[in-house]
Design a protein around this ligand. Structure first.
Ligand SMILES: NC(=O)c1ccc[n+]([C@@H]2O[C@H](COP(=O)([O-])OP(=O)(O)OC[C@H]3O[C@@H](n4cnc5c(N)ncnc54)[C@H](OP(=O)(O)O)[C@@H]3O)[C@@H](O)[C@H]2O)c1
Length: 382
């Protein structure tokens, strides 16, 4: 039995991870955490016989304590304790946002293997996070579908043979459009191929998500940015591609279903049976590929530039984006202002080399403050 903690259990990744666990005889859950949806979390704990849960929101934690006999930990500190004292073999971090960085640090510090869906951990703290994983000799197994695919493609290759990495992008709901004025949250939340949480769905519509994934790939595989390409592939069947030194290119294919990379990460290095349809290429029909439009989707350019600047720049990129996406979802700014807020926040806070995780938290707070000020200036969305 592998003992598992799931963070972000009430979210899209968390719920699908619970499905994977339910179908397995090899995995048992020793802790669950979420933000505020305490009733759902308590229900999951009951269903899976989990002894301890943690909720970031203190009111939600108090309500859960009244309603449930198990142990309830509170706040960010509670989530860190849940991980540190869990005795787990594996932590699945499926939290959303830079709040996921803290538990990632705790898991790696404790030497607990990390199945990482929370891409923000690597976007915000990539250099320090990978250095910590190396120092504690702890494996990070990517859960993001593209990175899981790359992880599997690269695994069989000798060092020095992989020339380029190619990330595929569905292109989101606005692929092919060059005018994004008037886009509503409802339009942007309608992702054509993947069913995901709100923030990542908006990030997919701006292509910021693909930019984050470029930064994630850079840190996971130690690949320079000028050897990471993005190609638009609307069918989301090819998840990633690697080009090798002898002219061969390897691709990872499958229907878009996050249970596949989740199951791979939770069972690594083994593979478990999973009740998903096998790819039928003839039925899938035409697979198409195109260059991304970085003029219309400026977030992809901004992410590449922030990644190349390095240091605190990706942390600023993420913080400004989190704030801007929240404001867009609340109908406080137009869709096109997301990239503008991010760009102006990056201009206002020059990249610096973080010496410690505390430096990142300080820059994260500064960038959020700056982004909020800019949002005030942009005004209310039409
Ligand atoms: N969904 C996908 O298919 C997919 C694919 C690849 C990568 N990812 C990555 O996986 C992560 C999760 O995405 P998602 O789509 O599953 O998001 P989601 O559906 O919005 O779920 C987010 C989860 O995080 C929890 N949470 C939010 N703030 C928290 C905090 N401060 N402390 C603790 N927990 C908190 C939420 O709890 P409450 O709802 O209870 O507040 C919820 O359980 C993101 O980094 C995303 O980029 C997702």
């Amino acid at each position: 039995m592998r003992k598992l903690v799931i963070l972000g259990a009430t979210g899209s990744i968390g719920e699908q991870a619970l499905e994977v666990v339910s179908a397995s005889d090899e995995l048992s859950i020793v802790g669950l955490a979420a933000g505020r949806r305490w009733e759902r979390l308590v229900g999951q704990a009951r269903d899976h016989g989990v002894p301890r849960i943690a909720l970031a929101d203190s009111e939600a934690a108090a309500a859960a304590t009244d309603a449930w006999k198990g142990q309830v930990l509170t706040g960010e500190q509670g989530i860190r304790e849940l991980v540190a004292d869990s005795g787990a073999d594996l932590v699945l971090n499926g939290m959303v946002g830079s709040a996921g960085l803290g538990p990632t640090i705790v898991a790696l510090t404790e030497g607990i293997e990390l199945a990482l869906a929370n891409k923000e951990s690597l976007v915000v703290g990539g250099e320090l996070v990978t250095a910590l994983a190396e120092a504690t000799d702890t494996r990070i197994i990517p859960v993001d579908s593209e990175h899981s695919a790359m992880f599997q493609l690269v695994a069989a290759e000798m060092p020095g043979t992989v020339q380029r990495l190619v990330l595929t992008a569905s292109g989101g709901p606005f692929r092919g459009r060059t005018d994004l004025s008037g886009v509503t949250p409802e339009d942007a939340l309608a992702h054509p191929t993947w069913d995901m949480g709100g923030r990542i769905t908006i990030d997919s519509a701006t292509l910021m998500n693909k930019g984050f994934e470029m930064i994630e790939a850079h840190h996971l595989f130690g690949t320079p940015y000028d050897r990471i390409d993005v190609v638009v592939h609307p069918q989301s069947i090819v998840h990633a591609l690697v080009h090798l030194n002898d002219g061969a290119s390897l691709a990872h294919l499958g229907y878009p279903d996050m249970r596949v990379p989740i199951s791979y990460a939770l069972n690594y290095p083994e593979r478990a049976d999973l009740d998903v349809p096998t790819l039928d290429l003839a039925k899938a029909g035409e697979l198409t590929f195109a260059e991304p439009d970085v003029e219309t989707f400026a977030c992809l350019r901004l992410a590449r530039e922030a990644g190349q600047a390095g240091g605190t720049a990706p942390c600023v990129l993420n913080a400004a984006d989190e704030v801007a996406v929240g404001a867009f979802l609340d109908a406080r700014i137009p869709f096109t202002a997301i990239a503008e807020i991010v760009e102006r926040t990056l201009e206002a806070i020059p990249a610096a080399a973080p010496g410690h995780f505390e430096d990142l938290y300080a820059v994260d707070a500064e960038a959020r403050e700056r982004a909020r000020e800019l949002i005030q200036a942009v005004g209310v969305a039409p």
